[in-house]
Ligand binder design. Structure first.
Ligand SMILES: *[C@@H]1O[C@H](CO)[C@@H](O)[C@H](O)[C@H]1NC(C)=O
Ligand SMILES: *[C@@H]1O[C@H](CO)[C@@H](O)[C@H](O)[C@H]1NC(C)=O
Ligand SMILES: *[C@@H]1O[C@H](CO)[C@@H](O)[C@H](O)[C@H]1NC(C)=O
Length: 185
């Protein structure tokens, strides 16, 4: 009897603590994204940062260092998926010669970038943040180059079939880079 009188408030207290911890954690992703994207030309990326990181497993309750690793891993997954998307588009066919050329450029650039993301993952893990920033600049450039290749191939109209893929890639790379930069402050 005495035990159950004690355990009810204890269980309630645990529930309250668990609830407030979850609330605090989801605030933290927003705060880390807000800090990382503030004070520069990238404040418009805050909603993308929050949406992409909150959807990632393990982000709840992660600190900035943990979120940096999660964002970098998301970048790796995104570039891997981009290569698969490009190969599927190539198989689908129906492209002009110029568009086939652009797809080939995109595939090459994304595959090159994948190796560099692996290098960035390693640089982050061992704390070489300058190397990380240099790697991620190369990684983001691959997606921009892909979009530019389509800009040239579609001169005269038509949008790139990889526009969302390229934008996600650039946005994720930028978000990961900004969070890592915020670690140095
Ligand atoms: C990338 O971020 C910009 C804001 O910087 C946003 O306007 C755009 O919709 C984002 N792209 C994707 C594919 O979410
Ligand atoms: C790439 O990342 C964005 C943002 O997290 C996500 O919305 C998109 O689904 C990812 N793309 C792929 C193909 O995984
Ligand atoms: C990132 O990916 C690496 C390699 O797959 C893994 O060891 C690590 O736990 C991941 N980190 C996070 C924060 O998800």
């Amino acid at each position: 009897m005495a035990a159950s009188l004690v355990s009810v408030p204890v269980a309630f207290l645990l529930l309250v603590l668990a609830g407030s911890r979850a609330a605090l954690a989801s605030e933290t992703v927003e705060q880390i994204c807000a800090e990382a994207t503030s004070g520069g030309a990238h404040s418009d990326l805050a909603p993308f940062c929050v949406a992409s990181l909150q959807a990632a497993p393990g982000s709840d309750g992660a600190d900035a260092r943990g979120l940096a690793a999660i964002a970098t891993n998301l970048t790796l997954a995104n570039y891997t998926a981009a290569v698969a998307t490009i190969k599927a588009l190539e198989r689908r066919g129906g492209w002009t010669a110029a568009q086939r050329g652009a797809l080939a450029t995109c595939r090459t650039r994304y595959i090159e970038a994948l190796n560099v993301v692996h290098s960035a993952v390693h640089a982050l893990a061992v704390g070489r943040l300058e190397d990380y920033a240099a790697d991620m600049a190369v990684v983001g450039k691959a997606a921009t180059d892909c979009e530019d290749a389509f800009g040239a191939a579609n001169a005269g109209g038509g949008s790139s079939p990889l526009r969302k893929v390229d934008e996600d890639a650039v946005n994720l790379t930028t978000v990961a880079t900004l969070i890592v930069r915020s670690l140095k402050k």
